[in-house]
Design a protein around this ligand. Structure first.
Ligand SMILES: [Zn+2]
Length: 302
């Protein structure tokens, strides 16, 4: 186990023991003494009232696609896909803030695999149906033998500041009024991460930036993102020119204004009360890398 620090879902990495993925005899022996995380096709998992994973013994696990996640304290851990069998199944979005770092790490891997398998059922070369191989970490085509690996789509997310007391936050067109977050976007083929940060900021709000620095990352398997967090500084004119498709509103906000904002609830579509003229009422919850970047900046760490 390795404590990597960083935002939620990123703090602990466990031993994935990848060498065992091709060892069927080892996997069969390991299954008999495994702890099992159940994952539904919609990414929920059974949790206790305290927000801990309700693990199952292998003998009590339902039949379903079985994936080897890794070894923790000599105990093999597997994920099995299953339909919810109780009312205590929650998604990472719902229980992630309360989750133990190690358990969150297990679930984020299991959800990422499940989402990938659901979306990649056929060979991208010849179109034949593929099957799971290497204990769930690849899919193999029975026609041409090609092997396919889980996707992770890099996305950049960035805290932009003016070098002084202001940070640039935006409101997505799907979000109700009052909710602001850091800017974000997907990396395009052929692009460096730093170039993606600069391009997205320029496209969404029309400002130039410099001093682009990497801060931390967070896996976000809905369905396959790896969020790469950056900080950067305004370069020149702070005037905002919105891309109306990507952004409903954006602005420069002071540390005091940001500290006054409350945590978002999950329902982004419900507007917050902005009748008193305060535009910034809600920022992302602590669970998110956006909030991690905001809090690091508020604290003067980045
Ligand atoms: Zn094929």
């Amino acid at each position: 186990m390795h404590d990597a620090g960083g935002p939620p879902l990123s703090r602990v990495s466990f031993d994935r023991a990848a060498l065992h993925r091709s060892d069927d005899a080892w996997l069969a022996e390991a299954w008999a003494r495994a702890r099992v995380v159940l994952i539904s096709p919609k990414s929920s998992t059974p949790v206790t009232d305290a927000g801990r994973i309700e693990f199952r013994a292998a003998a009590d696990a339902p039949d379903g696609p079985r994936r080897f996640l890794g070894v923790i304290d000599d105990v093999p851990h597997f994920a099995v896909t299953a339909e919810p069998d109780g009312d205590n199944w929650r998604t990472l979005r719902e229980f992630g803030a309360a989750a133990d770092d190690l358990e969150a790490g297990l679930v984020v891997s299991a959800v990422g695999l499940e989402q990938w398998h659901q979306r990649h059922t056929h060979c991208p070369i010849c179109g034949a149906p593929t099957g799971e191989t290497l204990a769930g970490w690849t899919r193999t085509c029975p026609e041409d033998g090609s092997q396919h690996f889980p996707r992770t789509d890099p996305a950049v997310i960035m805290l932009i500041h003016d070098g002084g007391d202001l940070a640039l936050l935006g409101r997505g067109p799907q979000w109700g009024e009052g909710r602001f977050s850091t800017l974000a976007g997907f990396v395009e083929p052929g692009e460096s991460l730093e170039a993606a940060v600069a391009r997205e900021v320029y496209e969404e709000v029309g400002v130039a930036i410099r001093d682009i620095r990497y801060v931390a990352s967070q896996p976000w398997p809905f369905p396959a993102s790896l969020m790469l967090g950056f900080v950067a500084r305004l370069d020149g004119d702070p005037s905002i020119t919105l891309d109306p498709v990507e952004m409903a509103e954006a602005g420069w906000f002071s540390r005091e204004e940001i500290r006054r904002a409350a945590d978002w609830t999950d329902d982004l579509t419900t507007p917050l009360d902005v009748s008193d003229g305060v535009r910034l009422r809600g920022i992302p919850p602590h669970f998110s890398i956006s909030r991690f970047l905001i809090d690091r900046w508020l604290a003067g760490d980045i």
